[in-house]
Design a protein around this ligand. Structure first.
Ligand SMILES: [Zn+2]
Length: 368
């Protein structure tokens, strides 16, 4: 299974001498260190000083983030454009801004500041909340107004249920059908209400497994989790990272390093983030095209586990494989390993995050 939407090795069929010449030039270009085309996506929920601490970013901090982006000079791009261009060797790093759950505060607080700058953004909508008129949620009329101004509405499922938590009494086929309906029905509602939108999806709670990612690929979506990091041409397009910048991550000082982050040159398949019951020290094994990126020094990579700080990390030069494993069991629920390394040529960090979703010994999940 190939999770990449676009491959640099896909090239038009060419014949004869000129074909050979083109192939030779292409090979020379591919042999050179790759350009740093990369994307950093910020994930917000509500822009407010009230509401649940974990999902809120204060208006002052939000304004601080925008000022920081302006100072650093990275372009803010439309997310679909960024995805479409990630394999162009344009040598550009860009930022995209996203909001989950269609909070009214996005309309009231964030939009005026973004409109003033002419910056595009995405709102990932769980459609039942808008259909039911949940308090504090935007209406379809407000979302239409945003779309007319250039905002993109992404898919966040129908009712925000966990896509990796199959109840014991539901068969696998039935569960797969339910997941498919979550995506298709939400897209139908969005397209009916605001007009056809690009196929981008944000997993509720950032939770996905291999089967969900494969479904998203089959349906033609690029899909985002909530693990941190930058993405590049080699990233798995159905397990894309975003930096959460609310709650404890809203402080503008901590955001600067993230805005400037670069992807890891990953290759190979994505790992299954959902662990079997009882498996609480997952092994991260990443194959990297280390030689393709100037200044990327794999022997200097450090990895960290949620709540544990630095963990044992090894680089195997012969097999170009990075291995990391937590020293102590991860808690039940959502955790991550974050791996970073400073680029030897720039004051910027390569940043990769692997989410892990860990059930208890009986295969049950904590209530949310
Ligand atoms: Zn959400």
């Amino acid at each position: 299974m190939n999770f990449k939407l676009v491959s640099v090795y896909q090239s038009p069929r060419v014949n004869g001498f000129w074909g050979m010449a083109i192939v030779l030039v292409a090979c020379l270009l591919l042999a050179a260190p790759a350009a740093n085309a990369s994307g950093v996506v910020l994930q917000y929920h509500r822009i407010s000083d009230s509401g649940p601490a974990i999902t809120r970013t204060g208006p002052d901090d939000f304004a601080g983030h925008l000022a920081l982006i302006e100072r650093l000079g990275f372009p803010v791009r439309s997310l679909p454009d960024m995805l479409a261009g990630v394999c162009d060797s344009s040598d550009e790093s860009a930022i995209a801004i996203t909001f989950d759950d269609a909070h009214l505060t996005v309309y009231e607080q964030a939009w005026p500041l973004l409109r003033e700058r002419g910056w595009p953004f995405v709102i990932f909508v769980n459609t039942a909340a808008v259909d039911d008129g949940h308090g504090g949620t935007m209406s379809w009329q407000q979302l239409r107004e945003l779309v007319e101004a250039g905002v993109i509405i992404g898919n966040h499922g129908v009712d925000h249920r966990h896509m990796i938590r199959r109840p014991a009494d539901v068969e696998v086929d039935e569960w797969q059908q339910w997941r498919r309906q979550q995506v298709i029905q939400a897209q139908q509602r969005i397209d009916e209400e605001v007009g056809p939108q690009p196929l981008i999806f944000a997993y509720p709670y950032g939770e996905y497994d291999l089967a969900t990612a494969a479904l998203m690929e089959e349906l033609g979506y690029a899909a985002f989790g909530q693990q941190s990091g930058a993405f590049g041409c080699n990233s798995t397009m159905q397990a894309l990272p975003r930096f959460p910048v609310s709650g404890p991550y809203a402080n503008p000082e901590s955001v600067e390093l993230k805005l400037a982050s670069l992807p890891f040159p990953t290759s190979g398949r994505m790992l299954e983030p959902v662990q079997p019951p009882g498996m609480r020290r997952p092994v991260l094994s990443l194959t990297l095209d280390a030689g393709k990126v100037e200044g990327f020094e794999p022997t200097a990579i450090s990895c960290y586990a949620t709540g544990q700080g630095a963990i044992e990390t090894e680089w195997d030069t012969e097999n170009s494989t990075l291995t990391a494993r937590a020293g102590a069991p991860l808690p039940v629920g959502r955790s991550r390993y974050n791996c970073t390394v400073r680029n030897g040529l720039e004051q910027r960090y390569h940043w990769f995050s692997q989410p892990w979703f860990i059930p208890d010994a009986d295969g049950q999940w904590p209530a949310e």
